[in-house]
Design a protein around this ligand. Structure first.
Ligand SMILES: [Ca+2]
Ligand SMILES: [Ca+2]
Length: 315
């Protein structure tokens, strides 16, 4: 191989490595020098409420602390509280909306403010952050900088979220970008009732709930099984408001055939493909699969045994 071609290959490989690390980049690390002159004491945002002092590096990784789901198109309030030795402060907040590991897009600088040095200075800031409709769904990072002097907040605004600087502190959090979803589930099985007569066919009825907070439910598939044997699913249609329940008969006359060892019948029912009044939410899976399913065990009065055992046994 010619040396020039080898050099070219090396160059191309280096470029590839750099562009891959750009796309899946780790977040830049930052330092706050002398954070004891200015640091955050509390940060509050949509389920996050973190009181803290500071690390000697002036950076704290709080990404294990996650927000509640933030819905695109909505605004959420936040509070930054802190300390300054000079009686003046400032903050800057960035969020990586497109989850590319960087805070460099113009809309990723989400909030900032500062207060000049004076007697009655502001150390607590409260404002709101708007979640853009273009924000990528899932978990992403928020970076908060708090400075002990307003001048330093102005400088960070200019240099960005990767600029290690003086008399300040950095905190990173995880922000969850969510979606309004349908959320159905089964909360009870009301028929058959315990000790039912196994000689007679029984209707099977379940309680369907719309757990969703946003949209009425208009259809859902109700799957069910008896002792692990999956039955023909029932397709429910109707109108069920948010946080409401309705009883659904999923089989009019099911025959529960007693079988050794005569354990109670185990009936399981669960929902799938919940659809509602919002076309966007209908493209999404169920918002909380943990509440889909309900299982109940029903002891039956076994008529087959009753026929075999002499009548006096029951007297
Ligand atoms: Ca970004
Ligand atoms: Ca559900």
């Amino acid at each position: 191989m010619k040396p020039r071609f080898t050099l070219f290959l090396l160059f191309a490989f280096t470029l590839l490595v750099f562009s891959i690390s750009d796309i899946f980049g780790q977040y830049c690390s930052v330092t706050g020098y002398y954070p004891q002159y200015g640091y955050m004491t509390r940060f509050v945002f949509n389920g996050i409420d973190n009181r803290s002092s500071y690390n000697s590096t002036g950076y704290s990784d709080y990404t294990s602390i996650k927000s509640n789901p933030c819905l695109p198109g909505q605004s959420y309030s936040f509070t930054v509280d802190g300390y300054s030795i000079w009686n003046c402060t400032g903050y800057v907040i960035w969020i990586d909306w497109n989850q590319d590991g960087q805070f460099n897009n113009s809309d990723e600088l989400v909030a900032y403010k500062w207060e000049s040095c004076r007697r009655n200075w502001t150390k607590t800031y409260t404002s709101t952050i708007y979640i853009p409709t273009t924000a990528r769904l899932g978990e992403t990072r928020m970076r908060v900088a708090y400075t002990g002097h307003h001048y330093y907040a102005q400088t960070l605004l200019y240099y960005g979220a990767c600029y290690s600087y003086y008399y300040m502190e950095w905190e990173d959090y995880t922000i969850v970008i969510g979606m309004k979803r349908n959320d159905a589930g089964i909360t009870d099985i009301t028929s058959p009732t315990p000790k039912f007569n196994s000689y007679e066919r029984q209707p099977v009825r379940v309680v369907l709930k719309n757990f969703g907070k946003y949209f009425p439910l208009t259809s859902v598939t109700i799957n069910w099984s008896v002792d692990g044997v999956v039955q023909t699913p029932y397709q429910w249609t109707g109108y069920l408001d948010t946080n409401s329940t309705t009883t659904v008969e999923i089989h009019p006359n099911f025959k529960f055939t007693p079988q050794a060892p005569w354990n109670p019948f185990e009936i399981r029912a669960w929902t799938s493909n919940p659809q509602g009044t919002d076309p966007g939410a209908n493209q999404q899976p169920d918002g909380d699969p943990t509440n889909d399913s309900y299982t109940k065990k029903y002891p039956a009065f076994l008529m087959m045994l009753a026929l075999l055992v002499p009548t006096q046994c029951f007297l």
